[in-house]
Each structure stands twice: as structure tokens, then as C-alpha cells.
Design a protein around this ligand. Structure first.
Ligand code: PEP
Length: 253
């Protein structure tokens, strides 16, 4: 079975102490997880080492960075390179979150560079894609997302693509309390998988986890995750609340 993933995206929230306490409490809850169910905490850069040591003895838990730079190293003050993440034992990195695309003008081409550097370090990219409201209202969401995939991922070899995790996050549903319906999520996830099949073949496409993101909470997670091509969620706001995030973990297939 494909890996089912609950990924917490803390964004720029929580102090170090608050983050450590939240992690402690979630781990102490000892939520039963099967071997194919996985929890990833995407925490701010200064908390990565702490978070990694919190999950060090847990087989179902990992830590992700929320971003990385698209160049290998050099004069990029304030940036963090994939090689640096590797050097502290980080195994996953979110890239292309809509907030980075919007506020930091990240392009599909830059994301392709990030993916190459991450894969070169053995770090699995969690690649975010998703359409703004205007595109959804115009009914062009499928081709919009397909272009994001093509411009950032289609240069990969199938054995590289196998390492990807995709997060479909319709921008109109992020942090708005407005969730895509379970049908809308499944429809887009099936489309993404079909695009991946066409490019990388059935076996690879069937092995890639595709997460849904956009106002997932304890109360709606089970219904959304029920979709055949929905392999869990990338969760912002609700990942900051212990009870909510545990309920989301419990909703994994
Ligand atoms: C996100 O930031 O990836 C996200 C989906 O946020 P929220 O769950 O708050 O909508």
C-alpha cells in the first residue's frame, strides 16, 4: 500500500518551547500507526535539530524543512541549502508552497532546481501544487496544475520521480476554512496521478503519495482521505493543535 502521510506545516508559528511541547505531547499520545502510515513535522529551520532528536527513536515519524534554496551554496545571505539540511539528518523538504510562490515569487523553474539538489542529497521533496480561485472558477484547474507538474518535475528520470511526495493544495482552501469537497480533492488527485502515469509509467505513479492540503481538520480529514488517490494531508492551522492533529493522524487510511 502507498504511504499514507499526515504532514504538519507549522509555517512561521510557535516559539521553540511551544514547538517542543507540542511534539512531546503528540509523541506521548502514542497514536497507533501501521507501518504504511507516516507523520512528518515541517518545522521552522531553527527547530529542525530539536525536532529530529524528538523523533529519533520513532519509526513512523520524521521531520521536514519548509523550504530550501535553489542554489547549491554561496552568497545567498539568510538562505538554507539542501546540503545543509542533509548535514543535520533531514529527510524531507516542502517546496513550492503557495505562500512561497506568492510572497517570494518562486517559479516552477526554480522548483525544478530545488528538486534536483534535494534528490542529490537523498532528501525527499514534498512538492506543492494547486490553483488560485480565479483558475478554479474558470474551470482550468487541471491544465494549470499539469503545467506546474510539467515545468518542475518532467525533467526527472522515473527512479527520481519515485522519491517525490506531491501535495495538492488549492490556494483558495489554504487557511481560509474553505475545504475542497472530498469529490473535488479526489478528482484532482486522480488527474495528478494520470499525468504522472503518462510521464513516468503506472508503477511509479501508483507508488507516489499525493496529499491534500487546505483547511484539513479533525472533523473533515476522514472524509477527504477516503478518496482512492488521496494519501493523507498537508496540514497548516490544525497541525498547531494537539487534539486536531492527532485526530488527523487517526484518520489516515
Ligand atoms: C498549508 O499551509 O499547507 C495548509 C494547508 O494550511 P491550512 O491547513 O491552514 O489550510
Amino acid at each position: 500500500m502507498r504511504k499514507q502521510i499526515a504532514a504538519a506545516n507549522w509555517k512561521m508559528n510557535l516559539t521553540y518551547q511551544q514547538g517542543e511541547k507540542l511534539l512531546d505531547e503528540i509523541l506521548k499520545a502514542k497514536t497507533p500507526l501501521d507501518f504504511h502510515q507516516h507523520v512528518i513535522f515541517a518545522v521552522p529551520f531553527p527547530y529542525l535539530i530539536m525536532a529530529n532528536s524528538e523523533v529519533a527513536n520513532e519509526s513512523n515519524y520524521s521531520v521536514a524543512a519548509q523550504n530550501c534554496h535553489h542554489k547549491k551554496s554561496g552568497a545567498f545571505t539568510g538562505e538554507v541549502a539542501p546540503e545543509m539540511l542533509y548535514s543535520i539528518g533531514i529527510k524531507y523538504c516542502i517546496i513550492g508552497h503557495s505562500e512561497r510562490r506568492e510572497y517570494f515569487n518562486e517559479t516552477n523553474a526554480q522548483l525544478a532546481e530545488k528538486i534536483d539538489l534535494l534528490l542529490g542529497q537523498g532528501i525527499q521533496p514534498i512538492f506543492c501544487c494547486g490553483e488560485p480561485l480565479s483558475i478554479r472558477e474558470a474551470g482550468s484547474q487541471n491544465s494549470y496544475v499539469e503545467t506546474q507538474l510539467a515545468e518542475s518535475l518532467f525533467h526527472l528520470q522515473p527512479e527520481q520521480a519515485e522519491k517525490l511526495i506531491i501535495a495538492y493544495e488549492p490556494i483558495w482552501a489554504i487557511g481560509t476554512g474553505k475545504t475542497a469537497s472530498a469529490e473535488q480533492a479526489q478528482e484532482m488527485h486522480a488527474h495528478i496521478r494520470a499525468v504522472l502515469k503518462e510521464k513516468f509509467g503506472n508503477d511509479i505513479a501508483d507508488s507516489i503519495s499525493i496529499l491534500y492540503g487546505g483547511s484539513v481538520k479533525g472533523a473533515n480529514a476522514r472524509e477527504i482521505f477516503n478518496g482512492e488517490d488521496v494519501d493523507g494531508g498537508l496540514v497548516g492551522g490544525a497541525s498547531l493543535v494537539k487534539e486536531e492533529f492527532i485526530a488527523i493522524m487517526e484518520a489516515l487510511k
